[in-house]
Design a protein around this ligand. Structure first.
Ligand code: UT7
Length: 325
């Protein structure tokens, strides 16, 4: 009998410090940086974001999200045999945030590693976990997106610092006789490294380069709308389904205009799109599992629904996962 993987629990966590656009605009004004609530809402759909306290790391956010996902799946941490954390804001250069999280969870012994695909990180991590479950390399996986993007923002650059937030989302993915994950599709095109990057590294004990986020927003926007349609169509074709079979589109939450464009191309009404960007901002690898958990707990996403998860971001990376929830 073929072995599949299925999501059996979701969880998420947002750090308590919430800044509305009005709060952020006032804070930035004290540094001489001019922006407005109207600009942010009109160009992005973002109204608020959460920022972690200075001593809180991605693994701390991941821990809270993971505990909730485990509880929802009715599993103990020591039953997990694989932990994958998608993050571009790891606690340390090494070891992986997944290993740090494993210790905090008390799940010692299982395989644990990070996936670095920026805002596509969660669909990459979910695809890897699905493949490992299908081959029998794992049976009960925790797949997490966790970020503290506030740490890598340049608060003097109004074109980027208003866009991002911190948070974590998690799923438990388990082996199953029935799917589960129906199809996956991942891509990258490294020639676009420069349009979204943090161009710094550590050498000789100091940070070299410019280790804050740089983005050519318009270039990212244009690429994103094209590749998201392609990835959606690819997973639908692999699963022998059509747009009409999608109950919920859960895209990376970067900009409401990108989501509207994807929905239009897939002929989906916006009431089939899970939108949390207004409240969370862009939380990179955390955005999809955060949105999924919010939709599950709000009673929108129900057992048996067909979900299209789509990520896009730095690399340039993109991909989609089609699944039966
Ligand atoms: O997570 C990975 C994926 N990331 C994304 O998907 C992001 C994709 N890109 C975007 O979402 C959009 O390109 C942005 C939201 C980043 C920017 O929106 P835009 O409509 O492309 O604006 P723009 O860059 O063309 O800037 C328009 C104007 C410029 O002024 P001028 O040159 O027209 O006078 C900017 O200087 O808006 C100005 N501007 C701002 N004004 C007030 C840029 N940032 C701000 C700001 N407040 N925060």
């Amino acid at each position: 009998m073929r072995r599949y993987s299925r999501i059996t629990g979701t969880g998420s966590y947002l750090p308590p410090r919430r800044l509305t656009n009005v709060d952020l605009v006032a804070e930035l004004a004290t540094q001489g940086v001019e922006t407005t609530d109207d600009w942010i809402v009109e160009r992005t759909g973002i109204r608020a974001r959460h920022f972690a306290a200075p001593d809180v790391c991605s693994s701390d956010l991941a821990l809270e999200a993971a505990r909730k996902a485990l509880e929802a799946a009715n599993l103990q941490a020591n039953e997990i045999d694989l932990i994958i954390v998608a993050t571009s804001t790891p606690d340390m250069v090494f070891p992986s945030t997944a290993c740090i999280l494993q210790n905090k969870l008390g799940a010692n012994g299982c395989a644990a590693f990070d996936v670095q695909a920026v805002c596509s990180g969660f669909v990459y991590a979910l695809t890897v976990a699905d493949a490992m479950i299908q081959t029998g390399a794992a049976s009960k996986a925790l797949v997490i997106g966790a970020e503290v993007f506030s740490r890598i923002l340049d608060f003097k650059d109004r074109t980027t610092c208003v866009l991002f937030g911190d948070g974590a989302g998690a799923v438990v993915l388990q082996a199953s006789d029935t799917p589960g994950i129906l199809a996956t599709d991942l891509h990258a095109d490294g020639k676009h490294v420069g349009i979204l990057c943090v161009p710094g590294h550590v050498s000789g004990g100091v940070a070299l380069g410019d280790p804050v986020l740089k983005m050519d927003g318009q270039a990212v926007f244009k690429l994103a709308v094209g590749v998201l349609e392609d990835a959606a169509r690819a997973v639908l074709a692999k699963a022998n389904l059509t747009e009409a079979d999608i109950d919920w589109l859960i895209p990376h939450q970067a900009n409401i205009r990108i989501m509207q464009s994807t929905a239009r191309k897939l002929k989906l009404p916006m009431d089939k799109v899970v939108v949390t960007v207004d409240q969370h901002g862009n939380t990179s690898a955390a955005s999809i599992p955060l949105a999924l958990d919010h939709a599950v707990r709000a009673g929108q996403v129900k057992k048996g629904d067909t979900l299209m998860l789509e990520g896009v971001g730095g690399g340039f990376t993109w991909g989609a996962v089609l699944l039966n929830f």
